[in-house]
Design a protein around this ligand. Sequence first.
Ligand code: MSP
Length: 506
Amino acid sequence: MKEKFSIFTAIAYTSAKPHIGNTYEIVLADAIARFKRLKGYDVYFQTGTDEHGEKIAQKALENGLTPQEYCDNISQEIQNIWDIMNTSYDRFVRTTDKNHERVVARIFEKLHEQGDIYLGKYEGLYCVPCESFFTESQLVEGKCPDCGREVVEKSEEAYFFKMSKYQKQLEDYLEAHKDFIQPESRKNEMVNNFIKPGLQDLCVSRTSFDWGIKVPMDPKHVVYVWLDALTNYITNIGYDVDSQTDEFNKIWPADLHLVGKDIIRFHMIYWPIFLMALDLPLPKKVFGHPWLLMANDKMSKSKGNVMYADDLVSIYGVDAIRYYVLHEIPFGHDGNITDELIVERINSDLANVLGNLVNRTISMAQKYFDGEVSNQNVLDQFDSELVASINSLDERVTKRMDELEIGKAIDEIFELLRRSNKYIDETMPWSLAKDENKRARLETVLYHLLEAIRVSAIYLSSFLPDTSKEILRQINQENNSFSFESTLKYQVLEPKILFQRIENKG
Ligand code: MSP
């Protein structure tokens, strides 16, 4: 029986085409999902789109479409971009899916019946784009704490969720599960700003627009978009208020929620409390990842500094862009993207370190042995160091992946690739080739290099899946063990450049 691992991304708004920043999250999730599959887990990986709310209805109107038509188009566009990025999600969900809408209405009804939701009146400060009410003290410099925009005074009849009832339970949970929120610094921020001052009851319905799921017992209200959106994680895997499928019981609770730093509050406070109210287990971990900035600035259409994944891929290729975002966005603080930086990374890491190693090794195997290489066991001092580096890769990469330090996990692989390039300089195969008596040593050197490349390529499959496949095709080796094998037979194919150096900006 394989151990299960379930991973969920946030679901993207269908208000506009997602930029490379939004796309980062699905690539990050994909790398983790692929790595877990590589390590033998039974992985479930879910993503999708968040389609209701006032802002999306407004966008549809501006485009002369019904909200449903508009969402159909954008949701498809988002799915296309996720596919262009070669992401291996198992299910792409939509909040306009009929079953989701039905179950959300039932959840609302259940929470109302059990007294967690009550009818009241909301008077407060409201952020239109975020569709959220705030208290004065939650504002940052008088503006929305999530997006930094102006808030307006607003009053409306609304249903409320009694967050305060679950305050203690949430505090106890956070106390007992220290690594529930990653990175920890973000947790402290939420605890101090939202939990310690006392949880406000949350407004969970709206009457000012109708693009949403109708509240069953009071249909002039639609369900607040976050109650609708967060429940996507359970409605699509077989949860219903009075029955749950085997699939649900297998997948839930989530092992990992991946969300941007701006929406941690929803996943650290509201989502756990909704689950407590439904008497369901809580996710094991929420990772609030940092953001990708464009030239150190927040991407925005109005500033005209938005980069899109499909454009970048058509210039640089999918694995170069995957590599860039996975490697350049650290665990705890924002990453940066510009064309110059992408070109720099392609040239220095992908072309020089990875591409060169593979190309040089295969070319030498062809030149000196017509591609046929096996281990002649004529060993020298440098070999054991290379073998140690190959054999420790599994532990090093796994540790980094468990810590959600994806960039550093990739660095560990590149460390082996760099070590292998150094091994070429140390062993000087071109010089061995000049001496007929050293053919067995030369073949041993090439064998060690091919093993380093094989094991690296296996780990690269989580991050650069196409490149990994291409390397394994060129070295023509199907053995998939994670460590140095001493008795394989290689018959490598013709070398083919993996990454071209880019001399001028694409
Ligand atoms: N619909 C909500 C999420 C609901 S989850 C139940 C939402 N959508 S979003 O389209 O605005 O954002 C989708 C994800 O992209 C979020 O996790 C968000 O934090 C992330 N990002 C948005 N801009 C980003 C960057 N510039 N960089 C990295 N991630 C970014 O929020």
